[in-house]
Design a binder for this molecule. Structure first.
Ligand code: MG
Length: 386
């Protein structure tokens, strides 16, 4: 009976992971859940799944959670225990669904403890891919991606040997503004950027999808996860989000994974693979989809993609810097302090001021993250950052 830990259980991926676990039946048991401060939803989840641990980020939230769980026996409330939960002796699978840089510590802890890591948090690999992959190799820990594109590549790779891979193609919906002119892009509001045409996701990922920074992060994620050179990763705009990604082998065969745009499918595969189980998502009906279209991405209007490839080449601390600067810029955009089209400009300016350090250890990665946050904050006002 596999025991599952869901870190970030109140976010969009975390909620879907709990539905998948429930759908798989009593064979799968949720032993721990965590959230930053969404106490009400976490308490509801605790009452439904009876985990051994429910964890929040600080003592204030913990007080409220203890109050709400006072009649629930057998669930212990923890504070800031993401790493402890990731290495719980009884855990088999750790779903890392927290948003942002906070996901790195628990993801590293899970692979160090030899757990299967169902990885939804991109930042862990973007910031410290060499550390996470290195630990996973040393401890024999499996990393099964939850990101739909990477899940597709993971599945397609089973059709051949690693040495037979020519390149992979990440598909991108293009987000809501793919047809907008540069001038229109400069006037996009936060409310508009929070509406995604095909995927239902949390606010940070939705805005990253609109700037295509999400795809840039995915390029870096793919390079670490599958050991690919930047030159072996291609992107195609595919607005229908049906082909989740593909692998082209040296003989010219391309193997793709297709499905409805529903995160429950890749989440479930990360829990059950290599087995497949009846899923909650509706099966794909290509006849009703009708047409699938693909086109080359426009790197001029969406320069985030260029940055993604540059970082996949530069490696070292540059991933941590790109990620941190983007988090600062997205927060400033959501607060009305930055224009939509300046999000990527701020990230690029911050990256330009950074000299990547090769093979960084964890303290060096975290120092680069802190440095980038301060620099990006300065770069929000153009004249303080040239
Ligand atoms: Mg994705």
């Amino acid at each position: 009976m596999p025991n599952i830990v869901v870190l970030g259980s109140t976010g969009s991926i975390g909620r879907a992971a709990l539905e998948v676990a429930a759908g798989l039946g009593s064979e799968y048991r949720v032993v721990a859940i965590s959230a930053r401060d969404s106490v009400d939803l976490l308490a509801e989840q605790a009452h439904r799944f009876h985990p051994r641990y429910a964890c929040v980020a600080d003592e204030v939230a913990a007080q409220r959670l203890r109050q709400k769980l006072r009649h629930l026996a057998g669930t212990e409330v923890l504070v800031d225990g993401g790493e402890r939960l990731a290495e719980l002796p009884e855990a088999d699978v750790v779903v890392a669904a927290m948003v942002g840089a906070a996901g790195l510590g628990p993801a590293l802890a899970a692979v160090k403890a030899g757990k299967r890591l169902a990885l939804a948090n991109k930042e862990a690999l973007v910031m410290a891919g060499h550390l996470v992959m290195g630990e996973a190799r040393r401890r024999g820990a499996e990393i099964v991606p939850v990101d739909s594109e990477h899940s597709a590549i993971y599945q397609a790779l089973l059709a051949g040997r690693r040495s037979e891979v020519e390149h992979v193609t990440l598909t991108a919906s293009g987000g809501p503004f793919y047809r907008c002119s540069a001038e229109e892009l400069s006037r996009v509001t936060a409310a508009q950027a929070l509406e995604h045409p095909t995927w239902k996701m949390g606010p940070k990922v939705t805005i990253d999808s609109a700037t295509l920074m999400n795809k840039a992060l995915e390029v870096i994620e793919a390079s670490w996860l599958f050991g690919l050179e930047a030159e072996q990763i291609k992107i195609l705009i595919h607005p229908q989000s049906i082909v989740h990604s593909m692998v082209t082998f040296v003989d010219g065969s391309t193997i793709a994974q297709l499905g409805t745009p529903d995160m429950q499918t890749p989440i479930q595969y990360a829990l059950t693979s290599p087995a497949r189980r009846k899923g909650l998502a509706a099966a794909l009906d290509l006849g009703s989809v009708g047409r699938l279209t693909f086109e080359e991405p426009d790197l001029e209007r969406f320069p985030a993609l260029r940055l993604g490839f540059a970082v996949a080449r530069a490696k070292g601390t540059s991933g941590a810097v790109l990620n941190a600067a983007n988090e600062v810029a997205v927060a400033a955009f959501r607060a009305g302090r930055l224009a939509f089209s300046d999000i990527v400009t701020v990230v690029e300016r911050t990256l330009n001021r950074h000299t990547p350090l090769p093979e960084p250890d964890l303290p060096t990665v975290l120092a680069a993250d802190r440095w980038a946050r301060e620099e990006a904050e300065k770069c929000l006002t153009p004249n303080t950052c040239s």
